[in-house]
Design a protein around this ligand. Sequence first.
Ligand SMILES: Nc1ncnc2c1ncn2[C@@H]1O[C@H](COP(=O)(O)OP(=O)(O)O)[C@@H](O)[C@H]1O
Ligand SMILES: [Mg+2]
Length: 253
Amino acid sequence: MALSAALKFGLLPQAAQRAWLAEQPRDRLDQMVRGDWWWIGRPEQFAPAGNWLVWLILSGRGWGKTRTGAEWLVNQIMRHPLDALGHRTEWLVIAETLNDARTVCIEGNGGIISVLARLGLVQGRDFKYEKSPRLMIRFNTGQLIYFLGADDPDVGRGFNAAGCWIDEMAKFRYTWNAWFEGILPSLRAPLIDDHPRTVVTTTPKPIKLLLHWNHTTDGIVWSPVIMEPMPARSTLLRATSAPIVVPMTSASA
Ligand SMILES: Nc1ncnc2c1ncn2[C@@H]1O[C@H](COP(=O)(O)OP(=O)(O)O)[C@@H](O)[C@H]1O
Ligand SMILES: [Mg+2]
C-alpha cells in the first residue's frame, strides 16, 4: 500500500516539514487538521484518471473500501451539483440490503454522514437524512442520494442517476440482472464534461459479473481497475492496477 500525503509528510525531516507548512494557505492547513481525504487518503483510494465507467475495488476487510466509496460519491456530488440540462443531480448507493445501506454506507464509520460532517455540512441545515418512505439524503441545494438494497430484484431500475456507489456487490443476490437491467440503464444523467460513473467496492468472490469484468479485456468503454490486495487462491486473483477495458457491446449482453 502506498502512503497518504499525511504519512509522507510525517517522514520528512523537521526543517522540511516546517518549510512546507509555511507555504500552505490557511484553508489548506484547516483541511489537514480536519483530516480531509486528499490528506489522509492513500493514493490507491483515489479514482484513476481516464474515461472509465466502473472503478472496481476488490480487497479484503479494512482496506478502506467503504470509506473510499463514500468519499468518492460525495466528491462527485460536489463536482456535479447540476447536470448539463440544469437539473439537480440524483445519485445511487446500493448495498446488499437496505439495512446495510443504512448502517454501513450512511451511518457507518467511513459512511456518508461522517464524510459530510467532516466537510462541515450540518444535518438538518445542509441536508436531511430521511428514513421513510424512502431511505435517502436530500441536500438543501436539491441533490438527492437514494439508498437501495440489492435484495430487491428491481434494484436501481427507473432512476436518472448521475453516478452510483455499490458496496459489497459480491454478496448481492441478483448481481448480473441488477447491473444490466436495473443499474446500468439508470446511469443516464447528462453531465457537464463527464458521464455517470460507478464505483464498486467489494470483498472478492467469483460471481459471474466480477468474472466477466475480470476476463474481458478489449473495447473502450469500461475500465474497472482491480486493486490489490486480493485473496490468494481466488479465481479473481489478478493483481494489476492497469485498466481492464470492457467493450460497450457487453452492456446489452
Ligand atoms: N486512508 C485512510 N486513513 C485513515 N482511515 C481510513 C483510511 N481509509 C479508511 N479508513 C478508516 O478505516 C476504517 C475501515 O475502513 P472501511 O472503509 O470500513 O474498510 P472496508 O470497507 O475495506 O472494510 C474506517 O473507520 C475508515 O474510516
Ligand atoms: Mg466495507
